[in-house]
Every structure is written in structure tokens, then in C-alpha cells.
Design a protein. Structure first.
Length: 334
């Protein structure tokens, strides 16, 4: 029998996910026991409105406003003083990130999962050069991450249907200014920012976790994220992304066609949707309509199933917390 005491936080690993939308900052704190195979749980979540001048199309325009909103949220978390060091992650909109894959050079093809350690590493040089080409930005102005993978897809990488399983180099990049602004905003609230991810990748991590209990075996399911910059969709089977699509916010009328194509030739077990579902409903595309287009039951994302036992948080059923939850989940489980 495990008896919880005031020293219990020392036995758990905590992480925060911070999601910046155009009008609101959302925070989710997740914890996980240090023992192997322990389940993670949501300790707290909340949101703080942002002034209209704080964000501009995913860019942080007012660092001090973001820092003040984050500090206000942390001030409302009852356990903030108990958990002194809280590592956190923020996201960058998908429209401001570049993710690509390229065949792995033969000289390192036998080292799946390896990472570069210095600028002289040939794979790192290749990754930075490729990032510069796809972004159209000088490499000194880019923040670049990369890894070697053998599987056809990962939870953070979009791939086309039918991709092979040969080793490849996966590259993620964004403008360094986005990274630096987020680090500065977090530091202004006394938070250590340890990771920056793309919004679609973080949302997908949360949606996969939500869908898992409804799946039997290797069934395919759909995941949808409605962000400020558009709607992202994936068809997933096991740990493989079979297909993906993106409908920019300026082309939302094309969303039904994207969903029909995403459904694929075989029946889906279910669909999980997160983000601004109210905006989709205002465009006459409610959750039930999404399910009809995909040919399956569509469920909304919610943090409620992952709450600490016995707790109740007023906004735990809102689908807009998917990115923040996915960021925090990655912090305690990766």
C-alpha cells in the first residue's frame, strides 16, 4: 500500500505543456511516477486570456504579455510551491515549421536512432543544409533538430501513404526567432523551457493517447487537430501514419474533401478531434458531420479521462487543451 505524503512530489516526474493560441494561453501539468510502466496523469490545467497585441499569426509580438499570463496561471496552481523545478515545452504552429525526410547516407545507414553530437558530424551538416533548402532561410537563422529513423513514421512526422521502411533522416526546423521568443517568455515567468515542438505533432500525441482505449488490435483510426492556422488530419494504424492531410484556415471549404480522402478504402475504428471545434461547427461542420465524412464515430479530445483520481477541473472537457496536454505528456514519457 502506497500512502501519499507531502514528500510525494519528489517521487513523481512533472512537466508542463504551454499552448499559445491567438487569444489564450493554456497550461497543462502532467506527472508520472518514477517507477517503470507507471501511467501519467493530469495534475492541473488552466487558461489565461491574452491581449490582442500578444500574438500575431503564431509569432510572439509581446513577450512580457505572454510571461505575465504564464505567471498568472502558475500562481493559480495549488502545487506550484511544492514542485520547484517544472520543465516545460511550448509549441510553434505547423505553418511556421518545416518537417521533412531524406534518405539516410550510406555511411551511417547502420545506426538507426543515432543523433549528431557536433557540427562536424556529416549527418548534422546534411540536416542543416537540407533545412536551409526547404525553409529558404539561412541556416544561422534556423533552429534545427534531426534524428535517424528506420520506421516508416513516428508520432511527430507526417509521411505519405505507402512509404517504405528504409532508414531515413528526419529533419524539423523553425526560425530561431520563434524559439528565442518562447524561451524568453517562459523565463520571464520563472519557467525552464526544455523543448519546443510543432503544434500538430503535440496535438497528435494527445489524440493518439485518447484513441488507444477504443482500439482493438491493429485497427485504423483518424485524428484531427483544428488550430489557428488550419485543420490537420492523420489516418493511423498501430504506430504508422498511413496518410495525412492539411486544410489551411484560408481554404476551410475544402475540409470535407480532405476528410473523405483521409478516410481511405477501409472502415475506421473511430476518430478523435481536438482544437477549436466550435469554429468548425460555425462552418456547418459539427463533430457528427466529421464522423459522417469519415464513416465512423467521432469523439472530442478531453483531458478529463487523464485527471488525477478524485480531482475535478472546470475546463478538463475542452478539446482545445490537446496541444498543451501533448506537450506535457512528451515531457514525462520521452
Amino acid at each position: 500500500m502506497l500512502i501519499e505524503t507531502r514528500w510525494m512530489p519528489a517521487m513523481r516526474r512533472f512537466a508542463a505543456g504551454i499552448d499559445l493560441s491567438e487569444h489564450e494561453l493554456r497550461l497543462v501539468v502532467v506527472s508520472r511516477c518514477v517507477r517503470p510502466l507507471a501511467a501519467s496523469r493530469v495534475e492541473w490545467l488552466g487558461a489565461e486570456p491574452l491581449p490582442s497585441s500578444a500574438m500575431a499569426s503564431g509569432h510572439i509580438a509581446d513577450v512580457r504579455a505572454i510571461a505575465a499570463a504564464l505567471a498568472a496561471l502558475l500562481g493559480r496552481w495549488p502545487a506550484a510551491r511544492t514542485v520547484r523545478a517544472l520543465p516545460a515545452a511550448m509549441a510553434v504552429p505547423g505553418s511556421l515549421t518545416w518537417i521533412a525526410s531524406m534518405p539516410l547516407p550510406q555511411l551511417r545507414a547502420g545506426l538507426p536512432g543515432a543523433r549528431g553530437t557536433g557540427v562536424a558530424d556529416p549527418l548534422e551538416s546534411a540536416a542543416r543544409a537540407h533545412a536551409e533548402r526547404i525553409a529558404g532561410i539561412e541556416r544561422e537563422a534556423l533552429a534545427v533538430d534531426w534524428r535517424v529513423e528506420r520506421s516508416a513514421a513516428s508520432d511527430c512526422v507526417q509521411v505519405e501513404a505507402g512509404a517504405g521502411s528504409a532508414s531515413h533522416l528526419t529533419i524539423a526546423a523553425t526560425a530561431r526567432a520563434h524559439l528565442e521568443a518562447r524561451i524568453e517568455a517562459a523565463a520571464g515567468a520563472g519557467i525552464a523551457l526544455v523543448a519546443v515542438d510543432s503544434e500538430p505533432a503535440a496535438a497528435l500525441r494527445a489524440l493518439v493517447r485518447t484513441a488507444a482505449p477504443a482500439l482493438r488490435g491493429m485497427e485504423s483510426f483518424a485524428a484531427l487537430w483544428a488550430g489557428d492556422d488550419g485543420v490537420y488530419g492523420w489516418r493511423i494504424r498501430g504506430s504508422t501514419i498511413e496518410a495525412h492531410g492539411c486544410c489551411p484556415a484560408s481554404q476551410r471549404r475544402g475540409l470535407p474533401d480532405m476528410l473523405r480522402e483521409l478516410a481511405g478504402p477501409h472502415a475506421l475504428a473511430c476518430a478523435v478531434a481536438g482544437g477549436d471545434l466550435d469554429a468548425l461547427a460555425s462552418d456547418s461542420l459539427a463533430l457528427a458531420d466529421i464522423g459522417d465524412l469519415l464513416g465512423c464515430l467521432a469523439l472530442p479530445f478531453a483531458c478529463a479521462p487523464f485527471l488525477t483520481p478524485g480531482s475535478s477541473l472546470s475546463r478538463a472537457h475542452e478539446p482545445g487543451f490537446a496541444v498543451a496536454y501533448g506537450l506535457a505528456l512528451g515531457g514525462v514519457e520521452q
